[in-house]
Structures are given as structure tokens and as C-alpha cells.
Design a protein around this ligand. Structure first.
Ligand code: SAH
Length: 257
């Protein structure tokens, strides 16, 4: 049952399938305590999360009408609702600056931006479980050599292990989105440092994929490489052929002036 009229510009597609909602909430790690839900909407996931006493739940929602709905229907959320935009909120201050996991049926129009923000705060965010457009989920989980392999795949996979959990059909949402959806779980791997300057690594990956049809020699012509440190023939390849480790290798071969 939902009494909030969905707003398209906020990416609102309310989940109406209780079993899927429960399954998503059961996909977080058993040891998770601090948990932030992005975009609770009418509380379809929230309801299940509140039943789990282990969890210390906060939610962040941009839509005033949804916030009013949540306050009325879930009084136990008192003091745990942040009304605001996840992309512009200082999320490092949440949970007394302790680490926390993230869950949500994410607004599809900003799902990549959510993940880039997670990456920025990766030392504080060990886990993300949530619903994405299927196409975005596939990109995140994609391996080298595929068309879907791109910036998000490499950057996320450098720091997180990705699991594609299940596909979700459009008809379980109100209103149904035009595309299929998928639930994925993203967990921080045990690589604390990728062995190369993080900022340089991000720049190289982005620059390489910005001209993904070109060979790396051309796409990365703004960088100077120490040829002794480069893997054989690597500059004759294209970005989508490189593994995360290959990119780290490239990063380590850059001559910094
Ligand atoms: N979790 C609910 C709603 C999913 S729709 C369900 O499963 O039914 C996505 C939700 O994200 C909407 O409630 C929308 O208002 C909210 N939202 C959109 N942009 C947001 C942002 N930048 N920050 C926080 N919430 C946002």
C-alpha cells in the first residue's frame, strides 16, 4: 500500500513485492550493525530492517512527502530520518564517524553517482546492498573484454568484491520502470592500499576509458611512462582489455615530474 504519488524526477519506483523486499534486507552481512538506507520512500525495505534489532538504522530521503509518510507510519524512526540529498550530504559524519553499510532501492537516475560517492568514502563503507538498473549492475560486475566493462567496473572492483544476486522484473514496482533491475552486493575487499597513488589511479582509468576505442598509447598520451616498468605491449591495448591489476601496473609506471 502506498499513499505517496511517485515522482518521476526523483526516480521513484516503489517496490510492491514483499518477498523481494525481505530478500534484499536479508542480503546484508550478518555482522552489520550501522546501516544507512538511501531513499526509503514509503518504507518497503525500512519496515523489514526495523524488525532486525541488531541494526542501528538511519535513512536519508530527499522527498518531503515520503518523509512525512515515514514519520506517520514508522514512529520508531524518530530521530533517524535525514531529510536531504545523499549526494550532497556530509556522509562522513554519520554514525559518529564509525563505519557503516548502505542499502537501498536506489533512484536509478543517480545510481552511478551514489557509487562514486561510496568510492570516495570507501574506508568508512564496507558494504553496499541494493537495487540498480540491470544494465548498471552488469556494468559494475563486468570483467575485462566486455563492452559493459568501464570506469565503474575497474574502480569499484579495485576496492570491492561484487556479487550479482538476482534479477528483478519491472512489474513488481509502482510505476514499473522501463528496464529490468538487479540486486547486487558490493563488499570491501582486503586491499587496503592498491599499491599506487589513488588519485593518479582514478585519473588513469577515467582517461583511458574516455577514449575507449583508442589504444592506450593514444588515449593516455598525456602521461609519461617509464618503459622499463611497463608490461610488454600494454600500450597497444585498449582500456577495456585491461584488468584492475593491469591498471595498477600502468599507474606504477607513470613518471611523475
Ligand atoms: N525504497 C523505496 C523507494 C525506492 S525509489 C522502495 O523500495 O519502494 C527511490 C527513492 O529514492 C525515492 O523515495 C526517492 O525520493 C529517493 N531519492 C531520490 N533521489 C534521492 C537523493 N538524492 N537522496 C536521497 N533520496 C533520494
Amino acid at each position: 500500500m502506498n499513499y505517496v504519488r511517485p515522482k518521476k524526477h526523483l526516480g521513484q519506483h516503489f517496490l510492491k513485492d514483499e518477498n523481494i523486499a525481505r530478500e534484499i534486507t536479508l542480503s546484508i552481512d550478518e555482522s552489520t550493525t550501522n546501516l544507512l538506507e538511501i531513499g526509503p520512500g514509503t518504507g518497503v525495505l525500512t519496515k523489514h530492517l526495523l524488525k532486525n534489532e541488531r541494526l542501528n538504522l538511519n535513512v536519508i530521503e530527499i522527498d518531503t512527502e515520503s518523509v512525512e509518510f515515514l514519520k506517520t507510519n514508522f514512529p520508531e524512526l524518530e530521530g533517524r530520518i535525514i531529510m536531504g540529498d545523499f549526494l550532497h550530504f556530509p556522509i562522513e559524519n554519520l554514525f559518529n564517524q564509525e563505519s557503516y553499510s548502505i542499502i537501498g532501492n536506489f533512484p536509478y537516475n543517480i545510481s552511478s553517482q551514489i557509487l562514486f560517492k561510496v568510492l570516495e568514502h570507501r574506508s568508512q563503507i564496507p558494504e553496499v546492498v541494493g537495487m540498480f538498473q540491470k544494465e548498471v549492475a552488469e556494468r559494475i560486475a563486468s570483467k575485462p573484454g566486455k563492452k559493459t566493462y568501464g570506469i565503474l567496473s575497474v574502480l569499484l572492483q579495485a576496492y570491492y568484491d561484487i556479487e550479482y544476486l538476482f534479477t528483478v522484473e519491472p512489474h513488481v514496482f509502482v510505476p514499473p520502470p522501463k528496464v529490468k533491475s538487479a540486486v547486487i552486493r558490493v563488499r570491501r575487499n582486503n586491499v587496503k592500499q592498491i599499491n599506487c597513488d589513488d588519485k593518479l589511479f582514478f585519473r588513469i582509468v577515467k582517461t583511458a576509458f574516455n577514449q575507449r576505442r583508442k589504444t592506450l598509447r593514444n588515449a593516455l598520451s598525456v602521461f609519461n611512462f617509464d618503459s622499463e616498468k611497463l608490461a610488454t605491449d600494454i600500450l597497444t591495448k585498449r582500456a577495456e582489455q585491461l584488468s584492475v591489476e593491469d591498471f595498477v601496473g600502468l599507474c606504477n609506471a607513470v613518471i611523475i615530474n
